[in-house]
Design a binder for this molecule. Structure first.
Ligand code: ISL
Ligand code: CA
Length: 557
């Protein structure tokens, strides 16, 4: 496969609202990011993916954009942004911006024009339909609860919003709208950005006629994914975008694609005929979801995680490319879900880090993951800010009469604010994130978990990540090697090997609190120890060894 800079990169995701507040108003901002670039340089990452910083009324923290070509006032100015980009590039760090074009904000001028009347020139930039009597045009539910349709009194039709009602879906069938999107992409690429993370990009094409979804849930609203996930013109639109914009730039693209299967992944990331360089799939994030979906969290099985990851690893090998992630701004903290956020917090954070970085694909680190930051357990709904969480709480507690305790428990496990509490920089007030009043409360554990402390301890998770990132630069087998799973049925141990040009490496990880015996095939022994998270580890791999709680070790064979 071809050498590409984004294959050899490690990406760091910044959620700007929660990263670092430069002016004391309690909200992270662009100057705050620029102040911390030396920290990122020290970690060794190559690329920053910056969640949206465009103008937005913040119904969904910037994922509702009212002006694609200007910076949100709370985050600073275009001069601040220019300076940030220069300072990144000076340090050899690339910048990938978030592209949110399945929907805009209802406060975008396109939408305020569109809703004026049925014959407004911008009307067709959005998806409008008449209701069925006093019911919405179809039975689709929104990702954030309730109907996916909102009635507009002024112009007497419904508009489609797969997310909040302040996030109307854009109508990609309209060629002018598509040209607007391509223009704004060019605007940012001309300014020097190095690529895009494309928000829910596989939802942009809706099946004509917008048919009712099958009734599968005991609710007036149903999952209509069949009619908008990887829709009929999705590939055409993406080919057009590549043709008209992307092929002129050496830009990296990663598409966020709910419901994508490994077969989709293989097709969409194909080196010659694909539409994006890599994508974010969700299968492995969903191993903890029960039949009731994301709020129905269940104990998970390592064999399920193995089955999913192994399928992606083998399916895409040689023709496509994986993205590797365990956290982002929508997901709970990985150490709280897949590790142990108490006794073995540091040990399990390192285990997850090594397990992820030795896989095939481009790793993504979410801010604070390198510190082993944990979920937050607020005890009142008042302390939460996320629209999805608040809508769900209202629906469950106020409308359906569920107990607050039970709903809070689900929020503790899966709420998006778990990832959005401010970055923990120091053990000073508000974790050094702000001198003001933070927009979302800091996690109380910042005295124990913070960047300053991590930087002063050579055994910290921070330096463990740093080492993994450096190893990816030194060992081509980490980038290009194939993938083979061992001990497939084991519910505690995850063992895989990678091979490339006669070099092999082995990673063995214990995903449990148990001490386990590990018996490997006879061919797997010797070699040289690369990373480990316990002190006394043999320098050569043995066929039979003991794996302590959350132990990880990797060997170059
Ligand atoms: O976290 C989720 C809700 O269950 C996901 O389904 C999430 O909404 C989905 O992955 C899409 O996420 C992206 O688009 C949303 C935005 O709220 C998320 O922050 C973003 O990552 C709408 O723009
Ligand atoms: Ca600020």
């Amino acid at each position: 496969m071809a050498q590409q800079w984004w294959k050899e990169s490690v990406v760091y995701q910044i959620y700007p609202r929660s990263f670092n507040d430069g002016n004391g108003d309690g909200i992270g901002d662009i100057k705050g990011i620029t102040e911390k670039l030396d920290y990122l340089k020290e970690l060794g990452i190559d690329v920053v993916w910056l969640s949206p910083v465009y103008q937005s009324p913040n119904d969904d923290n910037g994922y509702d954009i009212s002006d694609y070509r200007n910076i949100m006032d709370e985050f600073g100015t275009m001069e601040d942004w220019n300076e940030m980009l220069d300072e990144m590039h000076n340090r050899g760090i690339r910048l990938v911006m978030d592209l949110v074009v399945n929907h805009s904000s209802d406060e975008h001028t396109w939408f305020s024009e569109a809703r004026k009347s049925k014959d407004n020139p911008y009307r067709d930039y959005y998806i409008w339909r008449e209701g069925k009597g006093d019911q919405p045009p179809n039975n689709w539910g929104s990702f954030f609860g309730g109907s996916a349709w909102q009635y507009d009194e002024e112009s007497e039709e419904y508009f489609l919003h797969l997310f909040s009602k302040k996030q109307p879906d854009l109508n990609w069938e309209n060629e002018k709208l598509r040209e607007e999107v391509y223009d704004l992409m060019k605007f940012w690429l001309d300014k020097g950005v190095d690529g895009f993370r494309m928000d829910v990009i596989n939802l942009i094409s809706k099946t004509p006629g917008l048919p009712d979804a099958d009734v599968t849930a005991d609710s007036p609203y149903q999952w209509g994914g069949e009619y908008f996930v990887n829709g009929p013109k999705f590939i055409d639109y993406m080919n057009e975008m590549n043709e008209k914009v992307l092929k002129k730039f050496d830009a990296m693209t990663v598409g966020e694609m709910p419901m994508a299967t490994p077969e989709d992944g293989k097709r969409y990331t194909n080196e010659d005929t694909g539409i994006v360089n890599m994508l974010f799939q969700f299968e492995h994030m969903d191993v903890t979801s029960g039949p009731g979906g994301k709020w129905d969290q269940q104990p998970w099985k390592l064999t399920d995680l193995k089955r999913i990851i192994s399928k992606w690893q083998t399916e895409l090998h040689g023709t496509g490319w994986n993205s590797l992630y365990m956290e982002n701004h929508d997901q709970p903290r990985s150490v709280s879900v897949f590790g142990d956020d108490q006794e073995y917090r540091v040990t399990s954070a390192k285990m997850l880090a090594a397990w992820l970085h030795f896989l095939q694909g481009t790793p993504y680190i979410y801010q604070g993951q390198e510190l082993g930051m944990t979920n937050v357990y607020f005890n009142s709904i008042e302390q939460y800010e996320d629209i999805e969480t608040l809508n769900m709480y209202k629906e469950e507690v106020i409308e359906k009469g569920e107990t607050p305790e039970k709903v809070l428990e689900a929020i503790h496990k899966k709420g998006r604010d778990n990832a959005r509490t401010p970055m923990q920089w120091t053990d000073e007030e508000n974790a050094g994130f702000t001198t003001g009043n933070p927009w979302l409360k800091v996690n109380d554990n910042y005295h124990e978990i913070n960047a300053r402390k991590a930087l002063s301890n050579e055994d910290s998770t921070f330096y463990f990540y740093k080492k993994l990132i450096r190893l990816r630069k030194e060992l081509p087998v980490m980038i290009h090697g194939d993938y083979q799973l061992h001990l497939e049925e084991d519910e505690n141990l995850y063992v895989y090997t990678r091979s490339y040009n006669g070099r092999s490496l082995l990673l063995a990880a214990n995903f449990s609190k148990e001490t386990c015996e590990m018996r490997l095939p006879h061919t797997l022994n010797g070699g040289e120890l690369l990373v480990h998270n316990y002190q006394d580890v043999g320098h050569h791999l043995q066929n039979e060894s003991i794996m302590r709680p959350y132990e990880v070790k990797a060997y170059l064979l």
